[in-house]
Design a protein around this ligand. Structure first.
Ligand code: DC
Length: 220
């Protein structure tokens, strides 16, 4: 699929490991550039949350895939950002709970789940230009976009950022599972510029991102 529509909408792809700061950077960039911000991790989290609600065993791929036929997954935009409803319900803060953290990588490794969500992610381009963050945006969702960043940070810094948010997260375990999986693993996409944010504050990361996007040809 092309990364541009007849309306010339484009996508900025931002990938990186858990808690690298990519959501905050994506949100700030979207505000600065007047684009829609799409958080694809929330989409995988919503499916993981649905398996909890429906008491589906995530170690049974067939059961997880069968669940897809029984739930309505509705993606939209609210206040300039992506939103997701499962059977009309917004899971809200429950998406970041430990139980969801613990099973989301397993859910995200299933090709049927990825196929469904990648199609929904590409649909967003019809609504306008996007900043989309995740793990496979530059490699799989919009491989032809010229605008690609990979936001990294040391594991120590990423753990500290999560705990500053009052959250516990198994970031290294999730990263290992997300990097090792067969389908669309976490990787630096071809053509992506890596920004190591370990020693930067969020404002510095946003400025560095704007410089790199300009070098990739974006009019900022
Ligand atoms: O960005 P996040 O930590 O909220 O993402 C949650 C999980 O979803 C992550 O562990 C891997 C998966 N994910 C994915 O496989 N592909 C994406 N594009 C986004 C997230």
């Amino acid at each position: 699929m092309s990364d541009k529509t007849e309306t010339n909408s484009f996508a900025i792809a931002i990938d990186g490991p858990a808690a690298s700061g990519k959501s905050t950077v994506a949100r700030r960039l979207a505000e600065r550039l007047g684009l829609i911000m799409i958080n694809t991790g929330a989409m995988y989290r919503a499916i993981a949350w649905a398996t909890l609600k429906k008491k589906v065993d995530v170690s049974d791929p067939e059961a997880v895939v069968a669940m897809l036929a029984e739930i309505a997954v509705t993606c939209g935009v609210k206040d300039g950002e992506s939103s997701i409803l499962i059977d009309g319900v917004d899971p809200g803060d429950a998406l970041r709970e430990d139980q969801v953290n613990a099973r989301v990588s397993q859910v995200a490794a299933l090709p049927e789940i990825r196929e469904l969500l990648v199609a929904k992610q590409r649909e967003y381009l019809k609504l306008g230009s996007l900043v989309m963050e995740g793990r496979d945006i530059g490699s799989v969702v919009f491989p032809d976009t010229p605008y690609k960043l990979y936001i990294d940070a040391s594991e120590e810094v990423r753990l500290a950022r999560r705990s500053a948010e009052g959250l516990t997260d198994v970031v290294s375990k999730r990263d290992e599972e997300d990097s090792k999986r067969k389908n669309s693993p976490l990787m630096v996409a071809e053509g992506a510029t890596v920004i190591d944010s370990s020693e930067m504050d969020i404002g510095e990361v946003v400025e560095a991102a704007l410089v790199e996007l300009q070098a990739q040809g974006l009019a900022v």
